[in-house]
Design a protein. Structure first.
Length: 113
């Protein structure tokens, strides 16, 4: 299964602090959908960046680009025109809980000293 990331670009800076009631409701549906995708094993991780620019990030698995685009496009914030989307292939190289015990080759250790 291939990895994908979609970026959620909100309509304005400082979006989290300035949401309208309608936007807050749609983002609530968006969050419930992400929780469902996580429970189903599709979503790997998701969350917003903090500060003045609140770009959202969702890392997930899909068999191909068509399926990945469908997952992204069905997000209610995109379907309703509340945010701009961006899809890219993604390779999960290191993951806490999975990769802490990777051995570092001795040659690398001695050259770093």
């Amino acid at each position: 299964m291939a990895g994908w990331v979609y970026f959620l670009h909100p309509p304005r800076d400082d979006f989290a602090a300035t949401m309208t009631d309608e936007e807050r409701a749609v983002w609530g549906v968006h969050f419930e959908r992400l929780k469902r995708l996580l429970a189903e094993g599709t979503l790997i991780m998701a969350g917003p960046t903090l500060g003045d620019v609140n770009t959202g990030i969702a890392v997930f698995e899909a068999p191909d680009e068509e399926a990945a685009r469908r997952i992204m496009d069905e997000d209610p914030v995109f379907a309703g025109g509340f945010a701009r989307s961006e899809l890219r292939p993604f390779k999960l190289a290191l993951l806490r809980g999975r990769d802490e015990r990777l051995e570092i080759p001795r040659a690398r250790l001695s050259s770093a000293a």
